[in-house]
Design a protein around this ligand. Structure first.
Ligand SMILES: Nc1ncnc2c1ncn2[C@@H]1O[C@H](COP(=O)(O)OP(=O)(O)OP(=O)(O)O)[C@@H](O)[C@H]1O
Ligand SMILES: [Mg+2]
Length: 375
């Protein structure tokens, strides 16, 4: 286990800056996920830690030692790629043993290491097979085995599960979590899949456009996103955004008008900045409840007239897409079946405490204070 420190690490390819200076400290034994959309710079950052990509500015330290210009093999890191990069003509045993043989380790030690890795990864019965005779998940386990036997100070994963089907991804996700619990090594894991990041990581680093947008525990990013990018990226289905306007503000609270329904206006607690003007209001799909007109809503509930666009019933959960006269359809998540159908008129009930508010530049000026509505 080792600490990984990035001090002002930046990257340009020629004149094109792809990563702004990054400061980050990954603690010994910590599991950190780099998450972000395609092209945000995740792989480039990981490859600079591995030494597979040169660093344009700043310093990389592993275990307190400066390795900015060190060869990949001198850094004590092992990388696992999306393409498993196994040797097709070698069996599983030889694939796992390869680096140890290269390092001229004694035969008995190699054998003990390979068998230990095979046990950890449940590959004992597959050691004689060639990669072509393995499933995608088994191949990925062999690739991880090859990393384990090197006893790296830091494991680096670049989208290791992207080639697997959905069921296998879930299974391998659990395997990687178990591996981290068992060997306790420092792990940095790149993914564009926020569910993988949320479920595996102690801490998430959300990247967009070559810059860190937010760093924090998964549920912190979910509950208190620092900007609209993180709010929209973390959480599935994603947060709904409704254009709105600050119409009046005092130190104690503000009035907002939603560009939805019949232009509902309502009051909220004080925003971090309450300048009059356009903002956007974010609301999670599970914080909206749909019902047919009638009955008295609990005090303070906003009710916005909505037309049901479509309904997706998945058994345990239903997604209803509603038109509230805003820019985009809103997604509503509820449990079980929903009696509404396409074309129905309904009311979307929302507690204002569940709103997040973002200024025109996308910065969070209010985080939701209410727990999501239960259905
Ligand atoms: N060798 C290169 N030369 C020039 N530009 C590059 C090179 N490698 C990457 N880039 C650019 O750097 C940016 C970041 O790329 P990177 O591969 O780090 O993204 P990523 O977040 O890993 O994306 P993905 O999810 O698609 O793998 C992209 O705009 C990419 O086009
Ligand atoms: Mg990548």
């Amino acid at each position: 286990m080792a600490k990984v420190e990035l001090k002002g690490v930046a990257k340009s390819f020629g004149a094109v800056r792809v990563l702004d200076p990054i400061d980050l400290c990954v603690e010994p034994g910590e599991f950190v996920a780099f998450v972000g959309p395609s092209g945000s710079g995740k792989s480039t950052l990981l490859r600079m830690i591995a030494g597979l990509e040169s660093v344009s500015e700043g310093d990389v330290l592993i275990g307190g030692e400066e390795v900015t210009f060190a060869e990949p093999s001198e850094r004590g890191t092992a990388m696992v790629f999306q393409s498993y990069a196994l040797y097709p003509h070698m069996n599983v045993y030889d694939n796992i043993a390869f680096n140890l043989r290269l390092a001229k380790r004694p035969k008995s030690e190699i054998d003990a290491q390979v068998r230990e890795a095979a046990r950890t990864l449940r590959l004992e019965d597959l050691l004689e097979r060639s990669p072509a005779q393995l499933s995608g998940g088994q191949r990925q386990r062999v690739a991880i085995g090859r990393a384990i036997v090197r006893h790296p100070k830091v494991f680096l994963f670049d989208e290791p599960l992207s080639n697997l089907d959905a069921a296998l991804r879930v299974q391998m996700r659990l395997e990687i979590a178990r591996l981290h619990r068992e060997i306790g090594a420092t792990m940095i894991y790149v993914t564009h899949d926020q569910v993988e990041a949320m479920t595996l990581a102690d801490r998430i680093v959300a990247l967009d456009d070559g810059a860190i947008q937010q760093t924090g525990a998964p549920l912190d990013l979910y509950a208190r996103p620092s900007n609209r990018f993180v709010a929209g990226f973390i959480g599935s289905p994603k947060m709904n955004f409704i254009p709105a306007e600050v119409i009046d503000g005092t130190r104690a609270g503000v009035g907002l008008r939603l560009h939805a329904g019949d232009g509902t206006s309502f009051g909220l607690g004080a925003l971090k900045s309450a300048k009059a003007g356009p903002v956007s209001v974010g609301v999670r799909p599970e914080a909206i409840r749909l019902h047919i007109a009638g009955g008295t809503p609990p005090a303070g509930t906003l009710e916005i007239p909505a037309r049901v666009d479509s309904v997706e019933r998945l058994g345990n959960v239903t997604y209803t897409y509603i038109d509230v006269g805003s820019d985009e359809l809103l997604t509503v998540q509820s449990g079980g079946d929903v009696q509404l159908k396409s074309g129905d008129q309904a009311l979307a009930a929302i507690q204002p405490e569940s709103f997040h508010v973002f200024d025109a530049a996308g910065k969070t000026i209010l985080s939701a204070s209410a727990a999501p509505a239960r259905t």
